[in-house]
Design a protein around this ligand. Structure first.
Ligand code: DLL
Length: 433
């Protein structure tokens, strides 16, 4: 017996699935044209009318939507329903200028939770399972999404949220958790802690559902080994709903995109041209069932490729390979999305010049991030603050901008190597892609 949550949809013959997608796309285009001024104007500007979209093959006639559009439309500009029909928001970890607030109707939440339920069932989850969710709860989509999916499956749900490893291990053993949901780096931490305490044989875990950041196959093997489980990848982004846009099945070879709700395309990030199946490019997603925050042709910036190769699990939905990088400069550090431009803003606001370098590393399972910034010549000549005071002030500015602690080193003028071409601002030693 295969593990499906909604078998008729998950294994729907491809031609039927594509017919369903076409039908939903046509309806959704009319819906956004009628309900969202932004789309109405954009489509008019591009000279596209809803009638021009007669099915999947017309998708590329629609203009793209980008993170900048979301920022410009913040907070309500993309709403497809009156605010009173929304029941929830979630948001990205980014701050001013980068924050994305996504809205959900009750129906949208239902769809999202179904998506997460499919991922849990694909990882072997049933109503007999105890599902420990240690993604963050709150504005971040990880906790609420998997929590909702776990309820739908009927698992006993442990809404742990992130951190507090001692408590996690206590609940994990006392309540005999069988499924673990968290970031892969936290799973690796837990694995380390379990082995340090010699308690692996007290665990009942069988599977883990890990995502929200890039992770390697080596990391998968380490986690599987240290916790004695099968580790499944899960992908998603706040803009499109959260975790569960795609998930791995027992093949563990790429994540099935939930094509009854999302249409996936791969484009050349430079030209915007659609690329043929199998080529690596930027993933573009269109939501064909969402009502409150209905994004069409959203550029995710994640680089990956798609495969329609038949999957032994029986699912017909296309698979995306692990993201291979990003077409922008976003990094995920300690589980938080970080743009170098956010760091630069803090530095410039405090009077520094753009002579800085960001070094990201991973020791054991812990990410570290260091920002080195030069004193300006004026600061060096007239020291109003000590170096320690400066470092403290920048650390606190970065903490409120990013929500994470950054090691700051203020260095002498001209001590950071100048580049001869593009400035190399970021040195990421983790090699996650
Ligand atoms: O990270 C949603 C999520 C929560 C996914 C829990 C999976 C599990 P954001 O904070 O908006 O949402 O970040 C989205 O994270 O564009 C990717 O760059 C990255 N990302 C998410 N999942 C994966 C993954 C959540 N499995 C951004 N592998 C995305 C690689 C991932 N990168």
């Amino acid at each position: 017996m295969k593990n499906y949550y909604q078998p008729e949809i998950e294994t729907m013959p491809l031609d039927e699935l594509q017919e369903l997608q076409s039908k939903r796309l046509i309806e959704q285009v009319q819906y956004v044209y009628d309900h969202v001024k932004f789309y109405h104007d954009r489509m008019d500007e591009a000279g596209v009318k809803p009638q021009d979209i007669q099915g999947l093959s017309d998708l590329s006639k629609l203009p793209f939507i980008t993170k900048d559009d979301l920022r410009d439309q913040y907070p309500y500009g993309l709403l497809g329903v009156p605010l009173k029909d929304c029941v929830r928001i979630q948001s990205t970890s980014g701050t001013t200028g980068r924050r994305v607030v996504a809205f959900y109707t009750q129906e949208d939440l239902d769809v999202w939770e179904d998506c997460c339920a499919r991922a849990i069932v694909a990882a072997g989850g049933t109503k007999d399972d105890v599902c420990q969710v240690c993604y963050g709860y709150g504005l971040f989509t990880g906790g609420p999404g998997l929590n909702g999916g776990s309820h739908k499956v009927g698992c006993l749900t442990l809404p742990m949220s992130s951190g507090n490893t001692e408590r996690q291990l206590q609940f994990m053993t006392d309540l005999e958790a069988t499924i673990l949901c968290c970031t892969p780096s936290y799973a690796a931490n837990l694995g380390e802690a379990v082995n340090e305490r010699g308690m692996k044989d007290q665990l009942k875990l069988k599977a883990g559902i890990f995502g929200a950041e890039p992770w390697t196959e080596e990391m998968r093997h380490n986690i599987e080994e240290s916790l004695g489980i099968k580790a499944y990848d899960i992908y998603g982004l706040t803009e499109i709903s959260g975790p569960g846009v795609s998930f791995e099945c027992e093949e563990q070879a790429g994540m099935h995109i939930q094509e009854d709700h999302f249409i996936a395309e791969i484009i050349d990030p430079k030209t915007g041209e659609t690329l043929p199946e199998g080529e690596t490019g930027e993933l573009v997603l269109s939501c064909i069932t969402k009502k409150a925050f209905p994004l069409l042709r959203y550029r995710t910036r994640d680089l990956c490729r798609l495969s329609r190769k038949k999957c032994s699990c029986g699912r017909t939905h296309v698979r995306m390979k692990k993201p291979k990088g990003r077409s922008d400069d976003m990094m995920i550090v300690k589980g938080v999305n970080v743009w170098p431009s956010q760091i630069e803003t803090v530095l410039l606001n405090q009077g520094y010049e753009a002579n800085y370098q960001i070094v990201v590393d991973r020791v054991g399972n812990h990410d570290s991030i260091e920002v080195q910034v030069e004193l300006t010549p004026e600061m060096a000549q007239n020291p109003t603050l000590t170096i320690a005071q400066r470092e403290k002030k920048i650390t606190s500015g970065l903490k409120s901008m990013l929500g994470i602690t950054v090691d700051v080193k203020v260095v002498e003028p001209k001590s950071i190597a100048r580049s001869e071409g593009k400035a190399v601002r970021v040195i990421d030693k983790r090699h996650l892609y």
